[in-house]
Design a protein around this ligand. Sequence first.
Ligand code: ZN
Length: 482
Amino acid sequence: MQNGRLCRHPLTNEMENRRLLAHEQTIKERFANIVPVLKRIAGLQHAADFVEQAQAVAYQELGFELPVRILADAWVTDLDMRALYGECVMQMLCLLAEQARAASPQQCDVDQCVDEAMSFFLDCGYHAVDISPCSDGRLKGLVRYILRLPYGAVRSKKSYAGAMFDVDANVKRWIETELMRFREGRPVTADAGTRYLKMVVYHTSSSDPAHEGCAAHGSNEIRAAEKALARLREFRQTIENSFCCGASVDTLLVGVDTDTDAIKVHVPDADGEMSLYRAVDNLALYRQTVNDDKNTARLKVYQAIQAASALGGWGGGNGEPHEGMRRLIATLLINNLSQIEYVCGNWGGRYPDIGHNERFISVGDGFEEFQLRNLAYFAHLHTVEEGAPDMDVGIQIFKKLNVSHGLPIPLAIHFRYDSRVPGCRERTVERCQRVKAALESRYSELASQGLLVSGMTVQDKRPGSPIEPIEASGTRTLRSTE
Ligand code: ZN
């Protein structure tokens, strides 16, 4: 509702909005149900047939059974609710991922969407689009919800605390992409004149900018944007300095207001340079166009981009970006109008949970099955050493969310492997175990109190592969013989 009336923007994709809402509600409700169900089970623990009763409740309410080893000890010590909670989060994750996979539209439909998006990017002059958002869980729905892009169309979407992506790792990814064009002509040959687009997404909270913004930048929007912009310039500079023949990349800086999911696109000038003060604010654009017809609204989107390019003063730059970039920005803005409408129609224009409300920390490669706001804090890492700053921010967030209520922090350690590469699965399983051990020693105080529970899973890189849980290698046996 806005000004007491139901808002409906003319450019909204209503069918997609309904589909996304059903998906979000199902998953969130299932996770939210864990605590009430465990409370019920806790109340049963001194009954004679406790194990049977508990399993019946768990199966009926959550959809899976609980580990017998935890339940069976309840008669002698109190039920280990922390361990049980951790197990439930992990099992729920696997169950929902499995259901999402089974319910996902036919693979050919997905492929078609991805193909369409890829050819749209190519039309705009980009053979690869790479997005680095902040790891904040409120941006977890960035690709599917906020930007409305098919997940598979974005070449890379690795998150970093404060969106501070690793320039060296990114240069390596750029090299791989360019090599693929030379070697295989995919997606277009090397002489096609297209470019690699690097996007960085920072965030703020319009309701409480001083507290609910980006934790990695002390909730300071200007600093978050400035740092992200500086990192983008470094990346572009590195490529221009290291590779001759006019090698370069396009860069784009986008801000998200995590209360409304509205984006702010910093429009590059003709030289690809951006300014913090030259941007299109999509929430303002939404308000200006909500009562228009489709064509007028569309026209106003393009005019807003032109107006930004024409700005003088602090926001001044060297003219308009190239036509492909303008089309890309217009599409992102129009896609995002549907998301603003989504938040408007379902939550009165502002999410009820403006702060952190994540359910688990996703460590490693992240689950493709879950692209939802505030479901997981995401720490992309290969080794704990390199991912330490991201992890520390996540642990701080969960100390407030979970530990302060006596609940443990669930860590879902997940890595993808390539089944075509001999020995890759085994090495990936070992990596899971190494990362788990390293996390438990880094946060040993939490781990020793049972306030850190981790689950490990691996998954083949091929689309639609199942998630395979990994048993913690003999940790139980080790503990009991100590
Ligand atoms: Zn952040």
